[in-house]
Design a protein. Structure first.
Length: 99
């Protein structure tokens, strides 16, 4: 995987926003290395998704694989609701909303 810059990731997600919304995604946040533009080719992209309604396993993996296809890299996908309990405040404070 070639590391992508934050602006490039945001542009790709923005170009596919309608498709993601049709899959039930209300918003996407980038976390960690990508937000700080410190990602390298060994990092997965960390993404938090907020769905318009509770999502099932198939919907979750459909979104995950779609994001991996359009971004061209492996991602760690979490749901905003599920991850809030586990992520510490500093991580969430640096989250970058892509839409």
């Amino acid at each position: 995987m070639v590391a992508k810059k934050r602006e490039e990731l945001l542009a790709i997600v923005a170009a596919h926003r309608q498709d993601l919304q049709e899959m039930g995604v209300n918003s996407l946040d980038l976390l960690g290395w990508e937000v700080r533009n410190e990602a390298d080719s060994n990092n997965n992209l960390n993404v938090l998704a907020k769905f318009e309604r509770p999502c099932g396993l198939f919907q979750f993996f459909r979104v995950k694989h779609y994001l991996e296809d359009i971004l061209g890299c492996p991602i760690n996908l979490g749901t905003e609701k599920a991850e809030r309990a586990y992520l510490q405040s500093p991580v969430l404070q640096e989250a970058l909303r892509s839409f």
